[in-house]
Design a protein around this ligand. Structure first.
Ligand code: FMN
Length: 179
């Protein structure tokens, strides 16, 4: 069975990106995938300190929740990341999560399809471009993986705004179903 990992990075209650991520979860479950949903709220994930010890040992010198979370990335066939747009980029918490996946860089990994879901006040075309570009940079470092799609949830700002956006909920469901 295909394993789909969903990583939701917003820390606020009523998170729009998380509401969309849960729709993607429904779609992926309806498609018959084995879905795991993780939320970075309350997780201890320290910044990467750049020592590069992990390139030889395949594990981080820091002891925190990332030791468990990285195993979930390793076991996944597909990953859906969800992030609020902060200053036209991905959230700092998602970037830290990606940096802390550095122990995977020298290893062979199986996750292939990588998706992004964003939420933002701005509804303009290109609002999520820098976040997409950042994620693509990470994907380029894992040769078996590819950027497989993005849902740009624009025009949602207050908590739970996404719940009233049938268009975005539907797109998120479809993204999950195809993941
Ligand atoms: C620190 C910060 C920076 C933000 N920067 C942007 C931005 O550059 N463009 C934008 O459209 N919205 C911006 N927003 C608004 C959020 O993207 C928006 O409220 C989004 O729905 C939050 O998603 P969430 O509910 O999943 O956390 C920012 C919000 C915060 C807290």
């Amino acid at each position: 069975m295909k394993k789909v990992l969903i990583v939701s990075s917003s820390l606020r209650g009523g998170s729009n990106s998380e509401i969309l991520a849960h729709e993607a979860e429904k779609g992926a479950k309806d498609a018959g995938s084995d879905v795991e949903f993780i939320n970075l709220k309350g997780k201890e994930i320290k910044f990467c300190i750049g020592c590069l010890a992990c390139q030889k040992t395949f594990k981080c010198v820091q002891k925190d929740d990332m030791a468990d979370l990285i195993g979930k990335v390793q076991n996944a066939d597909a990953i859906i990341f969800a992030t609020p747009i902060y200053y036209y980029e991905m959230s700092g918490q998602l970037k830290t999560f990606l940096d802390r996946c550095n122990p995977l860089f020298p290893q062979s990994n199986k996750f292939k399809d990588v998706y992004l879901i964003t939420s933002s006040y701005d509804d303009a075309v290109g609002t999520a471009d820098k976040a997409i570009s950042g994620l693509k940079g990470w994907i380029e470092c894992f040769e078996q993986s590819r950027f497989s799609g993005c849902l740009v949830g624009g025009g949602i700002n207050e908590p739970k705004d996404a719940s009233a956006r049938e268009d975005l909920l539907q797109q998120a469901y479809e993204l999950g179903k195809n993941a």
